[in-house]
Design a protein around this ligand. Structure first.
Ligand SMILES: Nc1ncnc2c1ncn2[C@@H]1O[C@H](COP(=O)(O)OP(=O)(O)OP(=O)(O)O)[C@@H](O)[C@H]1O
Length: 586
């Protein structure tokens, strides 16, 4: 009963208008806006066809006017097809002869007809309001639509009675500013280019202002987050790899007000690194298509006010405490990660090449692995994450241009909306001035910043562990733990992992496996097959835990990594803190 009422509520028509395609005789579009989406109903002589664009696929809309044409024939009073350009109402370049108001609606429509062809397609719907003789009246109509669409995108309450009260204000812009921290050196050095070419246009379509800061050296992002007044931003978007996300998260935990920051300022990630484990995992959890546009799910996440809790793991070594969002590693995968740094210019390919090199010169390490088993069974997450099974029934072209009827004859109604500019710096100006906070989180010069955050619930590193902990002792090719599904774009480490499943997924590969078994295992990592494979003769173990400790034999040397970053080689332990972080999700 309740869901029936809810459905009725979602399908109630908030706005409706009839538009005409003048180039096609007798073709009429009824456009309806409901809480669930924008419905285009095409009515021609013989049929009626309905297409719905879900609100969650729409990222923004803008009201624009036509631009004065420089070379227009005196006898041609109206804009020609495809030559019409649009500008902001405040522009000095307005075409006063065209009294229409244009509403541009930007959508990234999800198509999921087949699993293999899941994709999002950018579509611009243009509604041309021209029922009135005066631009002001047409604009009033367009602005009303814009205001309602923007409110629906934000998830604000909209009812039929409140629509008439909306003040029509073209200045009604988004004041939520994002902080963008971009690592120009990440991956194959494409971070800046990715932001400029792929992300800026989407931020502009959604009218989200931002302040861009390029990282100048290692630990720049960490210091920036620790020392600036973060409350001026609504979120932090990182452009780069997992290394820069690690810096941002640990920068937050170096602030005395970490608990307020972590709750109020979510972090988003635009994949520009060579690993991109977190970005790939988020797309996986939300069934968002990743390749060939890996930036799209993250860009959509950044412009929507949609956040989700994420488990964080407190990691302790003999010299450091840190908060990790991705992984802790010892052995083969860490060796590959660290030693392939020299091939950084190859981007993600560096991992494949170095995997082969490490298999030839295979190493194993002696030590003990302690763990506290996860109490939760290995099944679906507690919180049902959003999937895109709603989909859309759209087969729209990438531009849809519609207009209201007018008594006056127009030359035509179709035009291109590709007048994008790729401004690089913030629309509202980039702020570089240091706005350091009270300094309470600043370390004394030369000393390490203090790490805050929740207190550990397990014994400190040197202390013995309680009997509830289990121990495996021996030689290992690797011990690797992850709390995300993907360690990298091509590495599906824990297929059942979710953002806040409260689990650390522990993979142990014992010494004794042949090279061909290990090759088989490494290949399985790209599809997640290793997680279910029974053919490893007990040499591979994979299970969820709440906490673990590794004690390597210190007579040998090797690498230990946290989120792909090198840490002190020696005893290390980790424990999960459920839903401690907040992350932007599509
Ligand atoms: N301007 C810079 N010059 C040199 N190094 C930088 C700069 N800015 C950031 N860094 C360092 O680069 C390291 C790696 O960056 P990032 O994680 O963005 O890319 P990546 O290593 O290619 O990706 P991944 O971590 O996913 O493998 C970060 O840990 C950071 O300390």
């Amino acid at each position: 009963m309740e869901s029936k009422v809810e459905n009725q509520n979602l399908s109630r028509i908030l706005l409706e208008e009839t538009f005409y395609v003048l180039t096609k005789k007798n073709c009429v579009f009824k456009v309806r806006l409901t809480k669930s989406g924008l419905c285009l109903i095409k009515e021609s002589e013989n049929y009626v066809k309905e297409q719905v664009i879900p609100i969650r696929d729409i990222i923004g809309c803008r009201c624009l006017r036509s631009k004065k044409q420089t070379k227009r024939c005196v006898c041609q009073s109206l804009p020609r097809s495809k030559s019409l350009e649009v500008v902001e109402e405040s522009s000095l370049d307005l075409d006063d002869t065209d009294t229409s108001a244009y509403l541009y609606i930007y959508a990234y429509i999800f198509h999921n007809s087949k699993e293999s062809s899941k994709r999002r397609e950018r579509t611009i719907i243009t509604l041309r309001f021209r029922s009135f003789d005066k631009y002001e009246d047409n604009n009033k109509e367009a602005q009303k639509w814009r205001t309602v669409i923007k409110k629906l995108i934000k998830g604000d309450h909209v009812s039929l009675s409140t629509i008439s009260e909306f003040t029509i204000n073209n200045k009604d812009r988004e004041y939520r500013r994002l902080l963008v921290l971009c690592n120009p050196k990440s991956g194959a050095g494409r971070g800046k280019c990715i932001f400029q070419q792929k992300i800026v246009p989407i931020l502009e379509e959604a009218e989200i202002p931002y302040d861009l800061h390029l990282t100048k050296h290692a630990n720049f992002a960490r210091e920036f987050v620790r020392t600036n007044n973060l409350y001026q931003w609504s979120g932090i978007v990182v452009v780069g790899g997992d290394g820069i996300v690690f810096e941002v998260i640990n920068g937050i935990f170096e602030r005395w007000d970490w608990s307020d920051i972590i709750k109020s300022i979510p972090v988003g990630i635009i994949p520009g690194g060579s690993g991109n484990g977190l970005a790939r995992s988020i797309a996986y959890y939300y069934s968002e298509p990743y390749a060939p546009s890996p930036f799209l799910p993250s860009a959509l996440a950044a412009v929507r006010s949609n956040y989700a809790p994420m488990d964080l793991v407190r990691v302790e070594t003999t010299s450091q405490i840190m908060f990790s969002f991705l992984s802790v590693g010892w052995g083969l995968l860490s060796d590959i990660d660290i030693e392939s740094e020299r091939l950084r210019m190859l981007g993600g390919q560096r991992f494949t090449i170095w995997s082969l090199a490490r298999l030839i010169g295979l190493r194993s390490y002696s030590g003990k692995v302690w763990y506290l088993s996860s109490e939760d069974p290995l099944n679906a997450p507690k919180e049902q994450l959003c999937t895109n099974d709603i989909g859309s029934n759209c087969d729209l072209p990438t531009e849809v241009n519609l207009e209201t009827q007018t008594g006056r004859q127009r030359v035509d109604s179709w035009y291109s909306a590709n007048s994008r500019k790729s401004a690089y710096f913030s629309a509202t100006g980039t702020t570089y001035a240091s706005t350091a906070d009270s300094g309470a989180g600043d370390p004394a010069p030369g000393s390490k910043p203090r790490i805050y955050g929740p207190a550990s619930q397990i014994p400190g590193l040197p202390a013995p562990l309680p009997p509830t902990w289990k121990c495996i002792s021996g030689r290992f090719v690797m011990v690797h733990a992850s709390y995300q599904s993907h360690l990298g774009e091509d590495c599906l480490f824990a297929p059942d992992a979710r953002l806040n499943d409260e689990k650390i997924w522990l993979l142990i590969v014992h010494d004794g496996a042949s090279r061909s078994q290990l090759l088989h295992f490494l290949l399985g990592l790209s599809t997640g097959a290793h997680a279910t494979s029974k053919s490893q003769n007990g040499l591979v173990e994979f299970f969820p835990v709440n906490a673990f400790r590794i004690e390597p034999d210190m007579s040998e040397s090797g690498y230990m990594t946290v989120d792909g970053e090198l840490v002190t080689y020696g005893p290390i332990q980790a424990e999960v803190f459920p839903s401690l972080g907040r992350i932007m999700v599509p």
